[in-house]
Design a protein around this ligand. Structure first.
Ligand code: ZN
Length: 388
């Protein structure tokens, strides 16, 4: 075989292997016969691809739980015991580190949580310690670590350009720094992009190619899946609707400007307004409790944030025309009654045709599941391009 044919043959094998991974991720543990049927590839091609994935430690074979009549085929599944990945979630108030098999199942037993430190050096020390703790308990091969961060990630420069809610991350790359300390490949992930991947891999966006994820819990983050790819822009910074000016004389935003949508449409914004009214600083959790106790006292604050959240949601729907929009938040999103009021306002601010295309879903997606999905997605993507 000449050089060019050899490259084409390798690429073709990898594309088939990736197809196998996708089928196993979608259908769960499957026999080779099922993989053949679902993938539409020939039995010998499936066998070759599965054998290669077994050798590389991406999948493992197990006996089926129930023995059916005849000779049951063994099941091929994502490597849950013989391989692992780690997810690291850095957030304004708290961080967590989680270990999971390649099946992506996360558990509290394999999760370490701690409060976010005041300095970058101390944060990195804690992350390293917790990662080492989890890595010590893993017997199989560790394929990589997904590090999810809030803020603006410039993929070309390979750093967090600016993190309005956690400035110790400005101009930093915790993934690169952790990789140097741990000797394990680490990948920097913008948290809402990771939430998108998590929702598609393990949540309600299964099989969707055009959807968006709006996170309004701390800052206002947006991740957009367009045509099956995370929308990145030139440097990976696309989708920052949170920093559109909506109030010319508004309060100072973490980005340096005034009156950004982020300062009016989020849980943090509601916490600020309620704190101002009560004359003492309250956290989002304290404000949520205060509002449940006496909702009548905060009608004005709730109405302001409801209006601006509706503007944010309408902007995303008008601009990106998604089939689904997942909204992640604590106070307005988690209460069915309050979220219904937001949706009422969205109806009046969105183009009717675009809104008709779109299902809006309140979600509780977890950022630790998202960090795992991010590194899994990267592993699969690095292996071969997707053909669909
Ligand atoms: Zn801003």
């Amino acid at each position: 075989m000449d050089y060019k044919n050899r490259i084409e043959s390798t690429l073709l094998s990898r594309i088939n292997e990736r197809r196998m991974l996708e089928v196993i991720q979608q259908h769960g543990p499957s026999s080779r016969a099922t993989l053949t049927r679902v993938s539409g590839l020939t039995a010998p091609t499936v066998s070759k691809a599965v054998d290669s994935l077994l050798r590389r430690g991406f999948v493992e074979e197990v006996d089926p739980l129930e023995q059916s009549l005849g000779r049951p085929g063994r099941l091929v599944r994502m490597a849950a015991e013989s391989a692992a990945v780690l997810g690291v979630v850095i957030d304004a108030a708290a961080c967590c580190v989680v270990a999971a098999g390649l099946d992506g199942k996360v558990s509290e037993a394999q999760t370490r949580r701690f409060a976010t430190q005041d300095s970058y050096a101390a944060l990195l020390d804690s992350l390293e310690r917790h990662c080492r703790d989890l890595l010590g308990g893993i017997t199989g091969r560790v394929h990589g670590i997904g590090v999810s961060v809030p803020g603006l990630v410039n993929e070309r420069l390979g750093e967090i350009v600016c993190c309005p809610n956690l400035h110790i991350l400005d101009k930093r790359n915790p993934a690169r720094d952790l990789e140097q300390r741990l000797g394990v490949a680490c990948l920097l992930l913008q948290e809402t992009d990771a939430l998108c991947l998590g929702e598609r891999m393990y949540g309600d966006a299964h099989g969707l190619h055009d959807f968006a994820m709006l996170d309004v819990s701390t800052g206002l983050g947006l991740g957009v899946m367009a045509g099956g790819q995370v929308l990145a822009g030139h440097s990976g910074m696309a989708g920052e609707v949170g920093h559109i000016t909506v109030d010319l004389d508004g309060v100072r935003c973490g980005c340096g400007n005034r009156g950004c949508l982020e300062t009016l449409a989020t849980d943090t914004a509601l916490a600020r307004l309620v704190s101002e009214k009560l004359g003492r600083p309250l956290t989002v959790a304290e404000v949520a409790a205060e509002i449940s106790r006496r909702p009548g006292d905060f009608q004005h604050e709730l109405r302001v944030v409801t209006e601006y959240l509706a503007i944010a949601i309408a902007a995303v729907i008008n601009i990106f025309n998604p089939t689904a929009l997942f909204v992640h938040g604590e106070i307005l999103v988690c209460s069915a009654e309050r979220f219904a009021r937001v949706l009422e306002r969205v109806k009046q601010r969105t183009l009717t045709a675009s809104l008709a295309d779109c299902t809006i879903v309140a979600t509780r997606s977890s950022k630790r599941q998202a960090a795992i999905a991010g590194i899994m997605h990267h592993m699969t993507n690095a292996w071969a391009p997707s053909i669909r």
